[in-house]
Design a protein around this ligand. Structure first.
Ligand SMILES: [Zn+2]
Ligand SMILES: [Zn+2]
Length: 304
């Protein structure tokens, strides 16, 4: 592991004026591009089989999103009230889920079961035997970032369906439905923590850093060289794997003792905030060995 230059906040402050605060995922391409990136990353990778399976899962998410039925959504009054009070209107912890997400779950499971490894096939059989109440409880646990040992193997399918459902709601409502919130380290759409952050390239977003939601895939702006967890600007350091091209680093904060990965698109324009996170688990292991905790979850990597 190598520490790189410590950046001072003033050095790379976002340009003043109008910067896009919120980027919703592009419904038609979001999961499709993630699947393609997983396939690309799987080539000659130690975790190749796992990344190939994640590609199949992302393709199933794309199919689920393309056919998602109408679901209950906040009405204009609720939207206005949430904007006024700076609250995420689709907050994962309190939003009443439409049962349609469970149909998406069954569709996703059916799409991947044929090529799934033995352990995943068993998990899918387990899911299919669960009643609505148990599935809702499991969804609560996944959204809470923890689940029981016995449910761990099933949790990626739950995560995949919940992501498709929340992406469906966010993109159906569209960007004007959401306002800025006061809690800058949580998603302004669904109040989930970010999975990674990404420094974008091109157009008005050139060089700007966005936090990428672990659940709905929305991105919100946060200046660079600032802890995405506690907002401290002191003692931020960047760690990477020696010898790689430096496209993915761990941004660590001395104040709160946590890190989140930061992805640099100028180093690799194909980077995907979800896929590249799972392809760089070696960096998480190094940070863990150094005693630094990860601040945001990857819903496909829950522990019991
Ligand atoms: Zn979100
Ligand atoms: Zn911090």
């Amino acid at each position: 592991m190598s520490a790189s230059t410590i950046l001072q906040p003033g050095q790379i402050e976002a340009p003043a004026g109008d910067i896009p605060f919120l980027r919703l995922p592009a419904r038609e391409s979001f999961f499709k591009e993630r699947a393609a990136r997983f396939r690309q990353l799987a080539i000659d990778h130690k975790l190749g089989d796992f990344l190939e399976f994640m590609a199949a899962l992302a393709e199933a998410q794309h199919a689920a999103l393309s056919h998602f039925p109408q679901v209950s959504l906040p009405d204009p009054e609720q939207l206005a009230l949430s904007r006024e009070h700076g609250m995420p209107v689709l907050a994962a912890g309190s939003w009443t889920r439409d049962p349609a997400w469970r149909d998406a779950l069954q569709g996703i499971a059916a799409a991947v079961v044929g090529n799934a490894p033995q352990v995943a096939r068993k998990a899918i059989a387990h899911l299919r035997g669960m009643n609505a109440d148990s599935l809702e409880k499991l969804a609560d646990a996944v959204l809470d970032g923890r689940c029981r040992d016995t449910d761990l193997a099933a949790s990626p399918f739950i995560a995949a369906a919940l992501q498709a459902y929340w992406t469906h709601m966010a993109t159906t409502l569209g960007p004007s439905a959401f306002g800025r919130t006061d809690i800058s380290n949580l998603c302004p759409v669904c109040a989930s923590a970010p999975v990674t952050s990404v420094v974008r390239i091109g157009g008005a977003e050139q060089g700007l850093r966005y936090l990428h939601c672990s659940l709905c895939g929305s991105e919100w702006h946060m200046v660079r060289a600032k802890c995405s967890n506690c907002e401290s600007t002191k003692g931020i350091a960047y760690y990477g794997i020696e010898g790689d091209k430096g496209a993915v680093k761990a941004e660590a904060c001395e104040e709160c003792g946590s890190y989140l990965k930061i992805l640099y698109m100028d180093k690799d324009p194909q980077l995907d905030p979800g896929a590249d996170d799972l392809a760089t688990l070696a960096l998480d292991i190094l940070m863990d060995e150094a005693g630094v905790q990860r601040s945001g979850p990857n819903l496909f990597l829950l522990s019991a």
